[in-house]
Design a protein around this ligand. Sequence first.
Ligand code: CA2
Length: 145
Amino acid sequence: MKILVLHGPNLNLLGQREPDTYGTQTLAGINLGLQTVAAELGVELEFLQSNHEGVLIDALHARFASVAGVVINPAGLTHTSVALRDALLGVSLPFVEVHLSNVHAREPFRRHSHLSDVARGVVCGFGPMSYELGLRGLVEGLRRP
Ligand code: CA2
């Protein structure tokens, strides 16, 4: 089983800026931690980070036939992107939305997500562990008969 892990805009800066909000872990470190969980679960991961909405959408179009589901941190696109929502619905892939920070404890505009109501699940506020919990939840759900 292959899972696509998508990281949205600015997450390439992790570990270099705003450690009080997003922690000190780099994106490479998060991906490495996810690889350990994936090995335990017996699944394969494919990673992509992009600062461009269209690149993320193109990746969904290109990969939907070869992956079983998606773990996505849509970053700022969470709160703005109808196009990303349409793409996730369009490819009919089960996905989990994850956030490092607790978006409900921050500015009011972060409380709305264009994706949450069509996600299998949403995990936020646990730092890099949000991704790991999201991956575990997604795979467990996909394996349930
Ligand atoms: O908490 C999260 O994971 C977010 O998805 C992060 C987004 C933010 O817009 C969402 O509301 C919540 C921002 C990602 C920006 O990442 C940075 C990392 C380091 C330095 C600056 C930005």
